[in-house]
Ligand binder design. Sequence first.
Ligand SMILES: [Fe+2]
Length: 463
Amino acid sequence: MTPLQVIAGKLPEGLHGTLYRNGPGRLERGGVKVGHWFDGDGAILAVHFGQEGARGTYRYVQTEGYLAEEKAGKFLYSNYGMTAPGPIWERWGKSVKNAANTSVIALPDRLLALWEGGLPHALDLETLETQGTENLSYLHKGLSYSAHPKRDPKTGEIFNFGVSIGVPATLHLYCSDERGRIRRQGAVKLDGIPLIHDFVMAGPYLIFCIPPVRINAFPVGFGLQSYSDAMAWKPELGTQILVIDRETLTLVARGEAEPWYQWHFSNGYVEADGTVVIDLVRYEDFKTNSYLGEFVTGETRTVSPAWFWRMRIDPRKAKVLSGVPLLSRSCEFPTMMASEVGQPSQFAYLALYRSGQVIGQDFFGTVGRLDLASGNLVIAPFADGHYPSEPIYVQNLTDLENGWVLTVVYNSAEDSSELWICDASHLDTAPICRLALPQVIPPGFHGTWRSAPPNEGVRKSSG
Ligand SMILES: [Fe+2]
């Protein structure tokens, strides 16, 4: 646990808990690069805010694959965007490495590192020591647990899914108690083998928008192609809408809409007339996968803008009633207040391109807060060469109307990483506090905030 130095400003009183973030910690081994940004071994950043100020830890998840490759000094496994080295006959039927690199969820007694193709890994909340894979009292071999669980802020229940590949593929649905133990399950047969990264909770429903990407499992199983290379964009199939009853985990309705692709939703809710409203980041096609793959080379060229949309759905028919873009700026990593999951929320937080940045040739250069009622967008004052991660909103528990936005920032001129703590209500002003991180934290995917339990004490002030 390393004490973190304040570069500017001061730590806000009331910020008491831990930020956890996950992402690929390495994109090469033994001089060989991975095939896609999604292939890197997961490394977790934890920043604790407590009585002694801010302290940080950054550790790889000690997966079986990571340990084996560490020992061998070279890549051994296939993954999302790469096939294992060696002759083809040695790759047949060989398992894919669980990269444990996509997101985290904090349970009361452990942290889970999530990866959508397999089981979660349990880690110590304080030290990030890996304890092993976790079956959550239910998951058995062949099942997976996606990286975008949704926690109901009222009941503490955790909803999630996993896709098992078969002919056809199956969407497994899970509902856990607040300790993570899976208490209810459901299953829905899918058409072909689609790529499903996220879903959205909206009141009593779980909504899946299944984009028209289909995986050809045959070459993957024989080690001839990676998953990414075996995916095809098939717009003629349209995007399929699945409406699931969150209590029974059964299908309410299945419908079709025009084709689009999304990685992420921000939130959903149900209006008084029963209409489901969902907010998501939409792409016109699947070129985003190529852009993210190019990330590994350090030079991107594929133009794949993404727009923040609001869509209305009739849940009884799984029919899209309307859809409109809410922003004219390309964006990703939409987040919102954890206490509003599944209910109307006032704001969405997003990573955005700054004015003047070239989409496709650069990465997000700022973060913003979008007022979903007024459409007003407030943008943080990022300078050139500064790159944020997913913005995470932390509610001020002593002043519930206010809070902070936390984002890990890479400063390319100095080749260093910082953690910025911004005032969410005044996002267009300088950060309240900038903390130096002892090493560069590579661009990551998702994180979470865990408020400190009451018995851990509260820091009164720190500078
Ligand atoms: Fe994601």
